[in-house]
Write a protein that binds this ligand. Sequence first.
Ligand code: FMN
Length: 328
Amino acid sequence: MTNISTKYMGFELASPLILGSCGLSKHLDNLKIAEDSGFGAAVLKSIFEEEIRQDVKKLFDEKHSTHYDSLAYDYLVHYQEKESFDKHLNLILEAKESLQMPVIASINCYSSRGWIKYAKMIEEAGAKALEVNFFLLPTDFNKDAEEYRKEYFSLIKELKENLNIPIALKTSFYFTDLSHFMLHLSYSGLAALVLFNRFHAPDINIETLKYKPNRSLSSTSELNETLRWIGLFSQRLRCDIAATTGVQNAEGMIKLLLAGADAVQAASIFYKNGINYGATMIKELKEWMEKQNFKTIDEFKAKLNFKNIENPSIYFRTQFMKYMAGME
Ligand SMILES: Cc1cc2nc3c(=O)[nH]c(=O)nc-3n(C[C@H](O)[C@H](O)[C@H](O)COP(=O)(O)O)c2cc1C
């Protein structure tokens, strides 16, 4: 009998497939479909620090455009923050009542301050875990790497001091000392690292001469970079690893598990094929395991990470060589 349950962030998941944080995961109906399709967990759509701050500013500008009253401002900030947050808390409550799979709340922040009270409300509402999407694009010419790094550790420290639920950090690979940094993050008390966040990148329309947003959904070609780092990091970091970006089918999920991911998150593919495509991915994972004679996920997890293969240079090599690519 094939058993696809796996451990992630201290939970026993029914399967390694997690619905990543996205617009789909903000509706209870979709979360139910995910559970019925066999997903192991779901990460709720993030609550964005940026959005809350914009809502607060908008409300304040509307109501107090002519005079400034700091007491009123404080009240409005509190009111609007609560308003923006209540929908999220309700979803957590509803999900807790109607689902068996772990529901992971998500915060997307761009500063390391001011999140603790919300993180606590999330915990009180019944979220099983918290995923914090935090990345500071290093654009400040006056700030060195050390200053940026400190912000990550101070955020984690504060969250750890105030929460009892497990915490995951979802971040990027834009760090000079990526391996060193990830190692240190993995020793900071996090239950998991979610590698890696995918960016909303800018683009330019040369006809209208305007900027335009780009890359809304991912493609398979983005899987390889994820694969590289999961293959290099797995079994060397202290915490669990969820792989994300570029997973479009069961094959992508299996590759990341073979490289050593503890769980695999996907989002774009469910916009393209519907959430119940997860059931197909899980069915194909089981069929593949049966064909390969694997009874459990642990029997093949990390089998192809860089330490366990004959030619680890496939993970290290960055420059193109014709014989590596099999091309003349
Ligand atoms: C429409 C859309 C909305 C997303 N919203 C969030 C979000 O609120 N918070 C977050 O951490 N990631 C968000 N993501 C990123 C996904 O969780 C995921 O990390 C990323 O899309 C890479 O996975 P994929 O290749 O399977 O799409 C979003 C992705 C998409 C496509």
